[in-house]
Design a binder for this molecule. Sequence first.
Ligand code: MTE
Ligand code: MO
Length: 330
Amino acid sequence: MLIKRPKGWELPESAATPEHVYMNRRKFLAGSATSIGTIGLGGAASIGSVRTAAALDDPTADLYPAARNETYTVERALTPEEVVTTYNNFYEFGSSKNVHEASQSLPLRPWQVAIDGMVEEEMLLDIDELIRSMPLEERVYRLRCVEAWAMTVPWTGFAMRHLVERARPLSSAKYVRMETFEDPEVAGGQKQHWYPWPYVEGLTMAEAMNDLTLLVTGVYGQPAPPQNGAPLRLMTPWKYGFKSIKSIVRFTITYERPKSFWEEIQAAEYGFWANINPEVPHPRWSQAEERIIDEGSSLFWDKVPSQLYNGYGEFVADMYTGLEDEQLFM
Ligand SMILES: Nc1nc2c(c(=O)[nH]1)N[C@H]1C(S)=C(S)[C@@H](COP(=O)(O)O)O[C@H]1N2
Ligand SMILES: [Mo]
């Protein structure tokens, strides 16, 4: 079927956008009545509340803070919590960065997670039972969006391999497909029918079993708020941020390579592998550098060189030997 999509599908807020475009946008927005609430890129500066009643009432709150795993500590400064929780990509709630308020409508409980497909026994797990059965730890990871901006975030979660092991996959299985909730009544962005909802992502079995692959339940030492993908989201820090699917309801172990949300929309720009490589540009912008998202104006955000596998090559590069014919970096 040929679906005609309006131009609006592109990941539009590239930090690679020339500075004067931002400045004009910000000036324009500052002059309009709804200014603060609608600024995408500068939105982080405008909001005070970072925790919601939902996050504070979390039935697993007693598990926080979890002990930090120092293996993955990074040299960069942490991105301020206010920024991490107010500058977000979550298209289910709109295509701007300013979706943290809209996302508060997502009910985080009850929440069930299905594990199905090529497993010894399919399961439907209650999120609290699942989280309590897993070894929670804190890890500080760099996050690099395909739009050429970056953050450094203390996530809480557990290595995904523990979940895969619990699922007991058949030995012939090759991929894990993940799916976000679908409920247009709760998530207004899902009324935009030209997007292929629900959001889908996938990993190879080796990637899912890699120790770096985290399933995130919390941020900054507390249960995660909806805007960061509560109650369960992926974090693969050597891949562009769009791989790190939020608010997961289903894991399917499969033989077929899953087609992800962005790949479905524009395969020429957002591939299955999406490993970070400064030498492989996005078709519409360079990936050589990234801006470190901070408070305040984008004018003051540092620009630094990007790194192969986002600096995580020692943990992940091995998985790609023999796959050189694949489009590993897009
Ligand atoms: N379900 C879902 N997951 C998603 C997205 C989304 O729009 N929907 N955006 C992705 C993108 S592009 C990025 S950069 C990260 C942003 O995560 P953060 O808002 O917690 O920083 O989430 C990813 N996961
Ligand atoms: Mo992103």
